[in-house]
Design a binder for this molecule. Structure first.
Ligand code: ATP
Ligand code: MG
Ligand code: MG
Ligand code: MG
Length: 473
């Protein structure tokens, strides 16, 4: 089943059950300046769940564009190594605002996966919160799932909260068993063990409590349902492939990378991580720019810049020299533009912004290479074979030149790099900037993502921080 078919069948299924089909909202949350990006289907309905806004319907269904790079949910570093994590993905969801609750939510989900998608019931598992006896017995009663395939888990996986104060509740996740050969090999393995055999693909949230300032939970007068099914994961399951990147949503992008790189199939297999990063980031940049985000040094713009530069770095790593991101982004528009028409509408803007950022970053890289060459010449003349940490740090801090590139180029010329010295220099500068400023990062740190250093974008911590640089490197 094609991914576009899964998307339309999902929306039709819930529409036929009284749900209003609501368009995806922007990746830039309209009413929530505390949130970096829309990261799930419920974001556009937050005020409805909070009872601050009412709609003409009590049931809704969406295919929502989501970004999980930066902020509370950050999957950026996972993209590449993981077969099922992306920065940009689509979440299909059904929502009940004080209308139906657990029984119907479980019933609909079961009917959709077994009847519409036709998944084999014996391959399906459910997790529930360890306190949620109601959900556990509904899975048996409504879906006929045996108790042995209902796993009770803790707060981290199976309890959802909008914030420290607000609506919350247990959730229940549906997993697909890809077969014992796809995981750790233990025939008694369960979804509690994240070995790759079981794929979580649908999360049902049962919003039934309100948590107050002191952490007390009281039942909500109106209980809600919020679900999210990952389109890419479901496509991989339906198409019988082992990673999201082998689905119809990705193959044309991966093919384009191969064409640009001039690789054989074997080269492609060897460089699969870089291919995945480039393909994922091409989608993200196309969708972000279409929603009006442009590369810059702060907030969302900074995340986009990191994504573009990361894609370029991975491109260089597999031997792509010229500009290429507009070409891969164009493929994204070709395969997704029929549903997300903003991509086609904004294509010339996406193209322009991508080219400009690629141009700018290529210059940065070229400048850094020239500096490094000079440095190596000087060191060679005095018989040295190691680049001092201070110098590597200066290249990084002043010229935005990533450490991993310094390491690579140094190696090519028979040099090593004092990475300990680099870390010390970075630490010292961090301490200085902590003392000197309320800002936690300045521009050159934007390159840290490309340097292989562990990096975390913590997002906005308060309303006041919105729009300021909040990256913690
Ligand atoms: P995981 O545990 O695999 O990281 P999650 O529990 O963080 O997933 P949810 O927040 O429950 O995910 O989101 C609902 C659904 O959205 C998931 O079941 C999955 O199908 C999909 N999804 C979540 N994160 C990603 C991602 N980074 N890339 C692709 N799909 C995702
Ligand atoms: Mg996750
Ligand atoms: Mg999970
Ligand atoms: Mg989940």
């Amino acid at each position: 089943m094609k991914s576009s078919e899964i998307r339309s069948k999902f929306l039709e299924f819930f529409e036929a059950r009284g749900h209003t089909v609501v368009p995806s909202s922007s990746l830039v949350p309209a009413k929530d300046p505390t949130l970096l990006f829309t990261n799930s289907g419920m974001v556009q309905f937050k005020d409805v769940f909070l009872g601050r806004e009412s709609r003409s319907y009590t049931r809704a269904t969406t295919a929502q564009k989501c970004m999980r790079a930066g902020g509370k949910h950050n999957d950026l570093e996972n993209v590449g190594p993981s077969a099922r994590h992306l920065t940009f993905f689509e979440m299909l969801g059904n929502f009940s605002f004080g209308d139906y609750f657990k029984r119907e939510a479980i019933g609909y989900a079961w009917e959709f996966v077994t009847q519409v998608l036709g998944l084999e019931p014996s391959r399906l598992w459910a997790t529930v919160h360890y306190t949620d006896d109601e959900a556990a017995s509904l899975w048996q009663e409504v879906a006929g799932l045996p108790e042995s395939r209902i796993i009770r888990m803790g707060d981290e996986d199976n309890f959802w909260q909008m914030a420290d104060v607000g609506p919350c509740g247990p959730n229940s996740e549906i997993f697909y068993d890809r077969g014992p050969e796809k995981g750790c090999g233990d025939p008694n393995c369960t979804p509690a063990h994240d070995c790759g055999r079981f794929w979580e693909f649908w999360n049902l949230v049962f919003m039934q409590y309100y948590q107050d300032e002191s952490g007390n939970r009281t039942p909500l007068p109106k209980k809600n349902i919020d679900t999210g099914l990952g389109l890419e994961r479901t496509s991989a399951i339906m198409q019988g492939v082992d990673s999201i990147f082998e689905t119809d949503l990705f193959v044309p992008i991966m093919d384009e990378v191969q064409r640009i790189a001039g690789h054989s199939d074997e080269d492609r297999r060897r460089e699969i991580v870089a291919y995945r990063v480039i393909a994922d980031h091409s989608r993200s940049l196309a969708f972000l720019i279409a929603d009006g985000v442009t590369p810059g040094n702060e907030g969302r713009s900074y995340v986009l810049r990191r994504i573009i530069r990361r894609a370029i770095r991975f491109g260089r790593r597999i031997g792509i020299e010229g500009h290429f991101l507009s070409d891969t982004a164009r493929v994204v528009v070709d395969i997704m533009g029929h549903h997300y028409t903003e991509l086609e509408d904004q294509w010339s803007f996406i193209d322009k912004v991508t080219r400009a950022e690629e141009e700018h970053f290529s210059r940065t890289l070229a400048r850094g290479v020239a500096q490094l060459d000079d440095l190596i010449d000087k060191l060679s003349a005095s018989g040295q074979k190691e680049i001092p940490g201070e110098d590597a740090f200066r290249l990084y801090d002043t010229y935005g030149f990533p450490l991993d590139l310094t390491l690579e180029l140094a190696r090519d010329r028979g040099f090593s790099v004092d990475t300990e010295g680099f870390k010390r220099a970075m630490e010292r500068q961090r301490a200085q900037s902590r003392a000197a400023s309320t800002f936690t990062a300045k521009m050159p740190a934007a390159y840290a993502a490309l340097s292989g250093e562990p990096t975390q974008f913590t997002g906005y911590t308060t309303l006041e921080d919105t729009g300021r640089v909040m990256a913690i490197i």
